[in-house]
Each structure stands twice: as C-alpha cells, then as structure tokens.
Design a protein around this ligand. Structure first.
Ligand code: S3P
Length: 427
C-alpha cells in the first residue's frame, strides 16, 4: 500500500486498543477458572483470535458482543482434548503459554502457526516443561513449530533459572505449575512483564515474588472474574513517537496501561528530552492518559534491565533515535532477533534504505540521528510492529512515494491503526 508522507501535525485524542498480553491472559485464565469471566476492553485482533479459537477447540464456550467477551470457564480438569491441531497463527504468546497449559493435561496435541511463527524457537519452553515431565517435539534443534506436546496430569514441581528474560517462558511454567503438586520456583534473568502473576492473583490464586524469584504452590483452583483490559502501551508507543517527531503535534492517548514492567519507553523518552505527561492515573486499572507534544530530542543509551521493559517498542524507538541529536546505543537486546522477524536486521534495513545512519550489532544497533528520511519500498515481512514503524517513518518523508508491502500484518495487534492515523490528521 501507499503510505501517507509529508504529514501535517498530528493532533487529537485516541483511545488505545486493549493490551495484547493482558487480552491473551484474560481469555486463558477465564477458560481455566471455574465459573464465568466477563472481559471488557479485550483486544480484538488476529493474535488474540488465535487464543480464542484454540480454547473453543478445547470445549470452552466464549461469547463475543461489542462491549464484552464472556468466557465460560471449565477449570483445568474440564478442558477437552482438541480434535485437530491448534493453529496459533502469528502468535508467540498463544503458542508458548498454551504449551505450559497443555503440559499439565493428559493429551497429545500439535500446535502450529504461520511462516513467521514456524521459524521461532520453542525449546525455551520445551526444556523446563520436559523437566516437569511433559514431552515436546518440534522441528530442528530449537524445536520450531509445528510442535507436538504430550502432557500429563502428574507433572513434577521444579526449580528453574530462566536462561533468557522472557515473560512467555515464565508464564508457560506458571501455567504448568498451577496444575502441579508442590512448590515450583523460578528465577528470572531480568524482571519481565508480570501480567500472568497479576492474573493469578486476580483470579483468586497465590504467587509470591521477591525480586527476580517467583514461587508458586500447586495445584490451585481459580475462580471466574470481571476483568477490564487497559490499553496497550506497545500500541501507544507508535503515537508517542509520531507525536514527538512530527513538528506541531499534540496527541492525547486515553486508557494506556502503565504497569511498571512495561513503561521502559517512557523512561527512554524522558532521557531523550521528550515531552510526555501522565494524566488521570487509575491505580486499580494501572492505566492513565498520556499526552505527547513535539520535542527536541537528544540521543541516549538503552541497555540492561531496561530492555525487557520495552522489548516490543525497540523498532519504533529506533526510528525515534534517527530524529535525536547524537548517537543512540541500543544493546543487550539480542532477543529482538527472535521476534516475529529478526527485528534488528529488518529495522536496520528499512531505516538504512530511508537514509538513516544505523549500524547493526549482534545485540542491538547504534543510530546516529540527524539524517533526513527519504521514501523507500518497505516490506513488513509479516511483522505488525515493523509495518507500523514504517508507516510512522513515512510521515517524515518530504517527497516521493513510500510503499509498504504486507501492511495486513498490522491487524495482528492494531486493526484500527490506519483509521486512527487518519483521525489524528483530520483534527
Ligand atoms: C509477551 C512477552 C514478550 C513480548 C511479546 C509478548 C507476553 O515476549 O515480546 O510480544 O505477552 O508474555 P518474550 O517473552 O519472548 O520476551
């Protein structure tokens, strides 16, 4: 598709779509709890649909209206063995979390996905789940999908040091541990998003966290709840960056989740001198309105424990760095190479084609700001966040036609992205 270039100032107010990580978990916990769960603000996107349709195939009734999604929970013991392989589409969160859940069931099931998901490693969840007693086979040495899981209802509790900072791996183990007799202990490499731990508590369960150590006692029954999903800061990130880099912009983003395991981007923006203010904080929902205005930016370093707190925002932060004065260093982010695409290579490639100065490193990028961006033919390569990054980058292009191949991928997490862009341009 042809992208909008040479943008006028972006102004106005948007309500952010539901958080993708929380939406997956709301469906999962609704399904494994006993009783009914009512979810408000669920993200309706391809990724979350993969989770919904998988649970329907496991016998869970899920009703969808415009306002709410109602999940008729079956408890861990009420799930049914699916009659066909479960298709996870593009969704890493669905496949990895469901591995943990299915590990504790007496079934053998195959999980598959699209071409992008079929390149992603599943050994990171298979290794701990096999220590607990499940058997998981996949393609090649890192167990790429399709994977087949032989679960069992008598898993063993383990103590496990996660070799990578990954909320998906942590969550898979927690979902298995909830079905396992005894105490499972996890030690994270760095603190990652804690939505699974929060969901366990909201659904009446217990999990303890002390720094990077998490302990959980199983088995634990969970009870259906009313859940309100906050907006996704990973989606808001595109407008935060757009507002900061397009002169004259002033955008208010409503209902953005600001759980502190997710707000690394706000720290980076502050370090770069960007103007973002937090308004109307709602402590129960951990959400707020964010107001962003165009700002003069300086370079920064992004590394260490900050990385898991903004991992999905790094493609758009790389674009932000192209507009800052000086050299921005992103390091300790080798995990980026294992996302929907190799996000270090793909981001560097698109930004370089657009004339930016980007040096690719094994675990990050060095970006020197100040070059004018020019039009190119970008390819999202089935990666929603790459597609949105290219669309925001295009807004800065002054002449020529910029195109994006594979813009459909954006519906993975933000189906209304282009409609929202139009609204900000109309205001
Ligand atoms: C997610 C965890 C992160 C993130 C992904 C969503 C989650 O992945 O990149 O988009 O919902 O748990 P990793 O656990 O692989 O870091």
């Amino acid at each position: 598709m042809k992208l909008t270039t040479d943008s006028k100032p972006l102004r106005g107010c948007l309500t952010m779509p539901g958080d993708k990580s929380i939406s997956h978990r709301a469906i999962i916990f609704g399904a494994i709890a006993e009783g009914t769960t009512e979810i408000e603000g669920l993200l309706k996107s391809h990724d979350v649909n993969a989770t919904i349709s998988s649970f329907r195939k496991m016998g869970v009734l899920i009703e969808e209206t415009d306002q709410k999604v109602i999940v008729h929970g079956q408890g861990f013991s009420g799930l049914k063995r699916p009659q066909e392989p479960l298709d996870m589409g593009n969704s890493g969160t669905s496949i990895r979390l469901l591995c943990g859940l299915i590990a504790g069931q007496d079934w053998t099931v195959t999980l598959k996905g699209d071409a992008s998901l079929s390149k992603r490693p599943m050994d990171r969840v298979a290794i701990p789940l096999e220590l607990m007693g499940a058997e998981i086979s996949g393609q090649g040495p890192v167990k790429q999908p399709p994977i087949t899981i032989k679960g069992q209802s008598h898993l063993k509790a383990i103590t496990y040091h996660l070799p990578v900072a990954s909320a998906q791996v942590k969550s898979a183990i927690l979902l298995a541990a909830l079905q396992t007799k005894g105490q499972t202990k996890l030690v994270e490499k760095a603190i990652t998003r804690n939505h699974t731990e929060e969901m366990i508590r909201v659904f009446g369960g217990q999990v303890h966290q002390l720094g990077k150590e998490i302990t959980i006692q199983g088995p634990q029954p969970l009870k259906g709840q009313k859940i309100k999903v906050a907006g996704d800061i990973s989606s808001a990130a595109f407008w935060l960056v757009a507002g900061l880099i397009i002169p004259g912009s002033d955008i208010r983003l409503e209902n953005v989740g600001i759980n502190e395991t997710r707000t690394g981007i706000l720290e980076v923006i502050k370090n770069m001198g960007g103007q973002v203010t937090i308004e109307n904080y709602d402590s129960k929902n951990q959400s707020a309105h964010l107001r962003v205005t165009y700002s003069e930016l300086r370079a920064t370093e992004i590394s260490g424990t900050l990385i898991p707190r903004l991992i999905d925002e790094l493609p758009i932060i790389a674009l932000l760095a192209t507009q800052a004065k000086g050299q921005t260093v992103i390091k300790d982010a080798a995990e980026l190479r294992l996302k929907e695409t190799d996000r270090i290579a793909v981001v560097a490639d698109i930004l370089k084609k657009m004339g930016a100065k980007v040096e690719e490193k094994a675990d990050g990028m060095i970006i020197t700001g100040g070059q004018e961006l020019v039009a190119c033919q970008a390819d999202a390569q089935m990666d929603h966040r790459i597609g949105m990054m290219a669309a925001i980058a295009a807004l800065l292009v002054k002449k020529g036609t910029m195109t994006l191949k594979g813009a459909e991928a954006i519906a993975t997490s933000y189906p209304n992205f282009f409609a929202d862009l139009e609204r900000l341009q109309d205001d």
